[in-house]
Design a protein around this ligand. Structure first.
Ligand code: ATP
Ligand code: MG
Length: 775
């Protein structure tokens, strides 16, 4: 039983592909990513690339990169080059399979003549307006224009003369001849060719007629023998024409189209057209502005291709359009950078500290590890320490509130990897501003420990004034202030976040980073993940971009309309966070807990970043393998909150004294189970039954659902008879309900559920009852 290792659950597209391979329908799966070179790729395209490339790679198939360049007026080589770069950067390898739709113009033309000869296409000389008008509406069928019944000869002659350049733009179009009464508007004789006397970036002036997307795309797929043509949901209605076309022309292969949901990410937009407005309107510095959701922007911000791919996989593939929480993206970025970015010290807004009891000319070298203990990397550097230092202005308060553990007059604080210091005196300028702190250091605390055991709660970062490098730090934040800038009143640009970039001049960073190449990534302790700007950073003029903060500062600020105070965002971080340099803590650990620091950090991260309740986070981090199981399930794409809830409320109860490694199923099965509940295949009650059985005996959720007949019935048509029977059998109660005793609804729902053996979806039952009892 324990050796049963069911395959990880597949998304619906991968399930289709797997079935086709199993059934022998194809030997080789061929997918493609077909961008139109009319702009830069954005994060939505990344989802499509990762999906298409992933399916080809996992099945040993082929992945094509094809430019869908059939529109001469908007496309150019600059876009082609940037797209090639971006796809390569993401790690999707097309091998030798790079194609251009414009290379198929001759074939496309030949297929159009073929359609004409078959009586399946005609030249229409009506104006655009007339064609639109005659096409009808959703409620009214279309009418033929005066040209629909032209003879094959006349059509061929006109079409050839269109190609020869005899006519002006708009004089004629070629239309497919299908069905003017079709309920699908796209089947009402769609235009497939139009005249455009325009220069094409690849074919030059060779053509003055150009195919429309709906006509060109299926032919491109068919000529390349694409097996699965994956596109976003808005193309669902185009599928009928796709099929009509590839079945009506002599192409070498028969591709099929499948649709999946677009990626839409909160606090950003994914539309090339709108992104262009931001660039052209000067709202950002260019397509590669680190705030842009373009791949060049994301890359410049410091995100790695691995993190972006992990994000795309985490989001998964579905058929329902939903928006993705921006926190998910940040999570993927942090998770990746945590393992990759060495920790360094940087002071954003320097405040001079003079150690009055430290010898003037002494410079010590203190060893400082680059990595925390829970990251499997090693290495350290020597930090120069001297009499004059800088600390961050934020880390000093003259009148500290209770719970402020950093520096204040008379108080002690630990300098990371160095000594404990005490603030003895505050020096001001003539305007009363604090310009310097005079402090004393405790020689016995080298390395940060206190041999006498006294408590020093706070630890802060610092740099040696004479050695540190000045630098510019660009604090990037979300580009918009609302999750969906496209739905509000007015223009999406009205919701631009004025604080999306705060530039800090005159920051100071430890000297060792000078020789690192541009684009290097770091964690600035307590401040976030940063990278040196690949464009503007120079060894003698360092510039750093904030890639992501250390934790989600928005989740907490997400109360109605976050009030923006005068201080830049960086100064608004929680004032009492103990700066120990590790992941910031959400809350002190429970007294009896024997967690390792690593588990403690994870517990804090679950609460702060994933929004897990403290109680659940406690349970999840009671052992490392437990937390690993949770992380792995979340990594597969399940929502952290539901995973936590299923583990804590159901699984733990079933486990009793057993460890998580003693059960005969893994994260993939838990993920699958949650998906079955969330998509309504089974009720959550049935989900508990299944998980309990999995915990006891192992096995795959789908198999248990089938074996126990737990599939939930969602189809109202199938439930209605039981509803009617129950109402008929309880006529008196039904009367009472109609007379106002609506509390009886629960009784009726229970009766119907009983009658259906518990299989009827209670929401559907309720809706049917209300409908039938209400009338
Ligand atoms: P935009 O609306 O931003 O202009 P597009 O769909 O017109 O995007 P194309 O260059 O035509 O851009 O798209 C190339 C491929 O990327 C298409 O297969 C398209 O379905 C896919 N794609 C575009 N946007 C998204 C998205 N947000 N999520 C997933 N796939 C996307
Ligand atoms: Mg498009």
């Amino acid at each position: 039983m324990a050796d049963k290792k069911p395959a990880p659950s597949l998304d619906f597209l991968r399930a289709i592909v797997a079935e086709h391979l199993r059934a022998g329908r194809y030997d080789t799966i061929v997918t493609r990513f077909p961008p139109e070179p009319n702009g830069y790729l954005h994060i939505g395209h990344a989802k499509s690339i990762v999906l298409n490339h992933g399916i080809a790679q996992e099945t040993g198939g082929r992945f094509h990169l094809r430019f869908d360049d059939t529109n001469p007026e908007t496309e150019n080589l600059e876009y082609v080059e940037s797209i090639v770069d971006a796809v390569k950067w993401l790690g999707a390898d097309w091998g030798e399979h790079l194609y251009f739709a414009s290379d198929y113009f001759e074939e496309m033309y030949a297929f159009a003549e073929h359609l004409i000869t078959q009586g399946k296409a005609y030249v229409d000389s009506s104006t655009e307006e007339e064609i639109r008008e005659a096409r009808g509406t959703v409620t009214e069928p279309g009418r033929p224009t005066a040209f629909r019944d032209r003879s094959v000869e006349e059509n061929l002659d006109l079409f050839r003369r269109m190609r020869a350049g005899e006519f002006a733009n708009g004089a004629h179009v070629l239309r497919a001849k299908i069905d003017l009464a079709s309920p699908n508007m796209l089947m009402r004789d769609p235009v497939i060719y139009r005249i455009r006397h325009a220069h094409h970036y690849r074919t030059g002036d060779r053509w003055c007629i150009y195919p429309l997307y709906d006509y060109a795309h299926p032919i491109e797929d068919a000529l390349e023998c694409i097996t699965h043509s994956l596109c976003t949901l808005e193309f669902e209605n185009n599928r009928e024409f796709y099929d009509w076309l590839v079945e009506g022309i002599p192409v070498p292969c028969r591709p099929y189209q499948y649709e999946f949901a677009r990626l839409a990410l909160d606090y950003t937009i994914t539309s090339k057209r709108k992104l262009r407005q931001l660039v052209e309107g000067g709202h950002v510095s260019g397509w590669d502005d680190p705030r842009m959701p373009t791949l060049v922007g994301i890359r410049r911000r410091g995100v790695t291709p691995e993190a972006l791919r992990a994000f795309c996989e985490m989001v998964g593939v579905t058929k329902a359009n939903t928006r993705v929480d921006a926190g998910k993206f940040d999570y993927a970025v942090r998770d990746d950078l945590n393992r990759r970015a060495p920790r360094v010290l940087c002071v954003l807004r320097p405040l001079r500290v003079v150690l009055t009891n430290y010898p003037e000319d002494r410079v010590e070298e203190l060893e400082a590890p680059y990595w925390p203990h829970d990251v499997p990397n090693e290495g350290s550097r020597m930090l120069p320490f001297s009499r004059e230092l800088f600390i961050d202005r934020d880390d000093f308060l003259e009148n500290p509130p209770k719970g402020f553990f950093r520096l204040s007059p008379g108080a002690e604080v630990r300098l990371r990897y160095a000594y404990v210091i005490r603030c003895d005196e505050v020096v001001r300028d003539e305007r009363g501003e604090v310009v310097e702190l005079r402090c004393s250091y405790d020689e016995a605390t080298r390395g940060g420990s206190t041999p006498d055991g006294r408590q020093v709660k706070g630890t802060i970062q610092w740099v040696s004034a004479a050695h540190a490098l000045p630098c510019e730090v660009r604090l990037y934040d979300r580009l918009f202030t609302v999750p969906d800038p496209e739905v509000g009143e007015g223009d999406f640009k009205d919701y631009l976040n004025p604080e999306s970039l705060v530039v800090v001049q005159g920051a100071r960073i430890e000297p060792g980073v000078r020789s690192d190449p541009a684009g290097s990534r770091y964690q600035f302790e307590r401040l976030g993940y940063f990278c040196s700007d690949p464009v503007d950073s120079k060894p003698d003029a360092l510039v750093f971009n904030r890639t992501v903060t250390l934790r989600d500062t928005w989740a907490k600020a997400a109360q109605p309309a976050p009030k923006v105070d005068a201080a830049p965002k960086a100064e608004r971080k929680k004032k009492d966070a103990p700066g120990d340099g590790a992941a910031p803590r959400a809350k002190a650990p429970a007294a009896e807990s024997a967690r390792t620091p690593e588990l403690e950090a994870r517990r804090a991260r679950y609460v702060a970043e994933l929004g897990i309740s403290a109680v659940e986070a406690d349970v999840l981090t009671r052992a490392a393998d437990f937390a690993d199981f949770f992380d792995a399930t979340v990594h597969l794409g399940a929502s952290p909150k539901s995973v936590a809830s299923w583990i804590v409320n159901v699984l733990v109860v079933e486990l009793k004294e057993r460890g998580i490694n003693e059960i005969a199923f893994g994260p993939a099965e838990l993920h699958r189970l949650i998906a079955l509940v969330e998509d309504g295949t089974i009720s959550s009650g049935a989900g508990r039954t299944v998980l309990a059985e999995m915990a006891r005996e192992g096995g795959a959720p789908d198999a248990i659902v089938e074996a126990r007949g737990l599939r939930q019935v969602n189809d109202p048509g199938a439930i209605a008879p039981a509803v009617d029977e129950v109402i008929a059998a309880n006529a008196a109660k039904a009367e009472e309900y109609r007379g106002g005793k609506t509390g009886l609804l629960g009784f009726f729902v229970g009766q119907v559920r009983q009658k259906t053996g518990g299989s009827a979806n209670p929401e559907v039952v309720k809706a049917l009852l209300v409908e039938r009892l209400g009338g």
